[in-house]
Design a protein around this ligand. Structure first.
Ligand SMILES: [Ca+2]
Ligand SMILES: [Ca+2]
Ligand SMILES: [Ca+2]
Ligand SMILES: [Ca+2]
Length: 273
């Protein structure tokens, strides 16, 4: 028989992947929102490059069984990893969440066959679905739920920075992120590799967004718990349907990953020779 301590370690190890927290660090210096992530990305949360292969091995993919979390086939596709892969960054300070992404894509798609506000998901876009405070009740863009969606378009129209959210007694409210609460830059083709590649750098103020969606929301402190899912749409010229859904499964906020606000983090060092 295994000693008790060892059993506990084995149990903890087997439970870890599905229950892994998303630890989002505090930034002590506010980034400059200019399309260059260099000054803060090493101090933000990131768990490396995501592509379809990595997603297909994740616990949240098994919830979906690949029904919606997938890319689409237009007949002449590059290898799956060249259709879409990305790194995502998140951090916070006393007023804001900061979002960053480095994206490798084969086709930049900004053509919506039926253009209308709120249809970010018919274009290349990245959307952070967040619940704050997290309450473990199954809700779909109800009280406390917020989505901050940025279209991969260097033109900063109000529709290109979209806010889907709830409020007490209301759900699926759709409007641009309040202008004074948001700042963002999309830099296309940052590595001279593909005209569809981009870097996104964004800031969203919490009080005018989370504070509107849930009266229980309090200014952020270390230890606060949020829910988070990243939805990265990639129609590549087709209709809606191609996207990554990372850390959760669709609009049910109780499937979203458990995110904890943590203190500042130092960049990962290397062993000196
Ligand atoms: Ca910057
Ligand atoms: Ca693509
Ligand atoms: Ca909930
Ligand atoms: Ca695309």
């Amino acid at each position: 028989m295994l000693p008790f301590a060892m059993c506990a370690i084995l149990l903890a190890a087997s439970a870890a992947p599905a229950d892994m927290n998303i630890n989002v660090p505090l930034l002590e210096t506010a980034p400059t929102i200019d399309g260059d992530l260099a000054e803060w990305k090493d101090r933000a949360h990131s768990d490396g490059v995501w592509d379809m292969r990595r997603i297909s091995e994740a616990s949240f993919y098994r919830l979906d069984r690949g029904a919606r979390n997938r890319l689409t086939d237009h007949g002449d596709e590059p290898h799956l990893e060249d259709d879409l892969r990305a790194r995502y960054y998140v951090a916070w300070d006393a007023q804001n969440f900061y979002f960053g992404a480095e994206v490798w894509d084969n086709v930049n798609d900004l053509d919506d066959p039926n253009p209308a506000d709120k249809r970010w998901y018919f274009k290349d876009a990245i959307c952070w679905f967040m619940e704050g405070p997290r309450d473990r009740a199954n809700e779909r863009f109800g009280q406390g739920d917020n989505a901050f969606c940025f279209v991969a378009d260097p033109q900063r129209t109000r529709q290109n920075a979209w806010w889907r959210h709830g409020a007490p007694g209301q759900s699926y409210m759709e409007e641009p992120i309040p202008q004074e609460a948001c700042d963002y830059v999309v830099q296309m083709d940052p590595w001279g590799r593909s005209a569809a590649d981009f870097i996104l750098e964004a800031r969203v103020e919490m009080a005018p967004t989370f504070g509107q969606s849930d009266p229980r929301w309090q200014p952020p402190q270390v230890g606060d718990e949020y829910g988070m899912e990243i939805v990265h749409t990639d129609p590549d010229g087709g209709a809606y349907g191609g996207h990554f859904m990372i850390y959760g499964n669709g609009d049910d906020d109780n499937t979203w990953g458990r995110m904890i606000l943590v203190g500042p983090r130092e960049p990962i060092g290397r062993l000196a020779e």
